[in-house]
Design a protein around this ligand. Structure first.
Ligand code: ATP
Ligand code: TZP
Ligand code: MG
Ligand code: MG
Length: 261
């Protein structure tokens, strides 16, 4: 059985500490996929939640100073219970506050996957000037993924027109997807939560597991684009949820565009 089918059978609990903009979209996307989202954040209950969780997402999109304690506590309990963690370092190149927090989290706890756009991963490995959450599209996702892997020694997913996944130094490039994902808020944030769902109960995910996560999401986005009455972002956002519900492993196998490098 491939992982998509396994998710639908096991319905893993995915704890999502994520930003105020995308909570509802993320929860609907995960329910459609077959996972069980819980947007719990409070440190006083995290030990109990993480006892039953398949994965934890930490997305810093709307982080404030008082969130730091909850996020660090969640990472601590996740490590304690062997729950994999996905970090989405939203806009970490836009402020020192965000970058310092991400580096502290990465230094202190075992993060399973970092998933971000090229500017975010570049900011974590060196310097990048970001205006907000959006990426510098001239960066090579492959180069950025390799540099981030060399620094953090965990699995890396760098998204953009071509997505680069690096696990244990090996890279796959994914050519699926649609630019409409950049025209709805949460296109990347939901992907981080989908990655968390695919690695449930697995603190050492393989390159193939992450490739399955990325291709399932991006092939679903292509189907949603086709169903979207031209290129209207509002219709696309709703159709993406529907296609995450409808997509089958055979659709992914027939449509995936993966290059091993
Ligand atoms: P940003 O913070 O810049 O909005 P993000 O965190 O939303 O970035 P993206 O890099 O936009 O993340 O990636 C989200 C999804 O969109 C990924 O699945 C990626 O494959 C897809 N994607 C992004 N840009 C394009 C593009 N130009 N063409 C096709 N797919 C794209
Ligand atoms: N502001 C803070 S978080 C956020 C915005 C607009 C959502 C970003 O979503 P994505 O998925 O990174 O495009
Ligand atoms: Mg986006
Ligand atoms: Mg993002």
């Amino acid at each position: 059985m491939m992982i998509l089918e396994q998710i639908r059978k096991d319905n893993p609990l995915i704890i999502c500490i994520t930003n105020d903009v995308v909570k509802n979209f993320t929860a609907n996307g995960l329910l459609a996929l077959g996972a069980s989202p819980a947007m719990a954040t409070e440190k006083l209950e995290m030990d109990e939640f993480l006892t039953h969780a398949g994965a934890l997402l930490i997305n810093i999109g709307s982080i404030e100073e008082h969130d730091i304690e909850n996020m660090l506590a969640a990472a601590k309990y996740a490590n304690h219970h062997d729950v994999p963690i996905v970090l989405d370092p939203v806009a970490c190149g836009a402020s020192k506050f965000r970058k310092d927090f991400c580096l502290k989290l990465l230094e202190t706890y075992d993060i399973t996957v970092i998933r971000g756009n090229a500017s975010e991963l570049q900011a974590l490995t060196g310097e990048a000037n970001m205006k907000g959450t959006d990426a510098d599209t001239s960066l090579s996702t492959e180069d950025v993924a390799r540099a981030a892997y060399n620094k953090f020694n965990c699995a890396i997913v760098v998204t953009g027109e071509i997505d680069a996944i690096c696990v244990n130094g090996k890279i796959n490039l994914i050519e699926n997807g649609t630019a409409l994902l950049t025209k709805v808020t949460g296109g990347g944030c939901l992907l981080g939560a989908v990655v968390a769902s695919f690695i449930y109960n697995e603190t050492k995910p393989t390159l193939e597991t992450l490739t399955e996560a990325l291709t399932t999401y991006t092939v679903a986005s292509e189907f949603a684009e086709r169903a979207s009455n031209g290129t209207l972002p509002g219709h696309f956002a709703v159709n993406l949820i529907d296609q995450l519900y409808l997509i089958q492993e055979s659709d992914v196998a027939e449509n995936r565009l993966v290059k091993e490098v």
